[in-house]
Design a protein. Structure first.
Length: 244
């Protein structure tokens, strides 16, 4: 099905239109046409699931490029860490294809406002949360998440429609201290134990990995990392307070 066969399906989705389509469409158009010839009919939930994943992957690659370009330069070390994380999440073959496409996207200008507006309109909320989670995870992988990268991810989060509270939950889960743990749960240090339990239960439903099951097992598996970070923050607070 072409070089990007395991990365994208053969269907035509929202991601091939607008600014995202302008950035990556030319790179995969021939692959889609070739795949469509051998897969003329993929009706039902299976194709819908494929379209959701395709859109997620397209958006992820463009947003990764925007984040990496935030400080005006892309280092080989950054690409190395990105590759490691892509392999961890998606496996060798898909990661290799994603990295090849990412290198091409990095050469292009990215109209971030328009890109995030497109994602905001077409992607479900749980998938947007996972996008932000992956961006922070890759950004911090080299131990040096710059302020310019943080600023871009914050702009992305606002642009795609993530609430400030949910963004704070994801961002602070990457810091290992008690203050950050409270911010992960979105509660004040003076909150009661019952308020903390209630906040945790609410977030546990919102951030549950099953919410992104439609994006594929690999992305759902990565979402479990995000969910574990939520649990770790809750346990840190419970231990500090002696809660049961």
């Amino acid at each position: 099905m072409g070089i990007f066969g395991s990365l994208f399906g053969a269907g035509i989705g929202w991601w091939l239109l607008g600014p995202i389509g302008a950035i990556i469409g030319s790179m995969i158009g021939s692959s889609l046409e070739e795949g469509a010839k051998g897969n003329k009919a993929k009706p039902g939930a299976g194709r819908a699931q494929g379209n959701a994943r395709d859109g997620f992957m397209a958006a992820l690659l463009v947003l990764m490029a925007a984040t990496m370009k935030a400080d005006g330069k892309v280092l080989k070390s950054e690409l190395h860490y990105v590759k490691q994380n892509l392999v961890r999440i998606f496996g060798e073959q898909t990661a290799a294809e994603a990295l090849r496409m990412l290198r091409e996207i990095l050469k292009k200008d990215i109209p971030l406002y328009e890109v995030t507006a497109q994602i905001r309109t077409h992607m479900d909320y749980a998938s947007k949360l996972e996008l932000i989670h992956i961006l922070y995870g890759i950004g911090i992988a080299d131990g040096n998440l710059s302020q310019s990268e943080i600023n871009v991810i914050e702009q992305i989060a606002r642009g795609v429609g993530i609430t400030e509270a949910d963004h704070a939950t994801i961002k602070n889960s990457y810091f290992d201290n008690l203050d950050a743990a409270y911010k992960v749960l979105g509660v004040d240090k003076n909150a009661t134990d019952d308020e903390i339990k209630k906040a945790y239960r609410k977030l546990a439903v919102k951030f549950h990995p099953d919410k992104v099951a439609h994006l594929g097992e690999d992305i759902q598996r990565n979402a479990k990392v995000r969910f574990q970070k939520l649990n770790e923050a809750y346990e840190k607070i419970k231990n500090a307070r002696g809660m049961r």
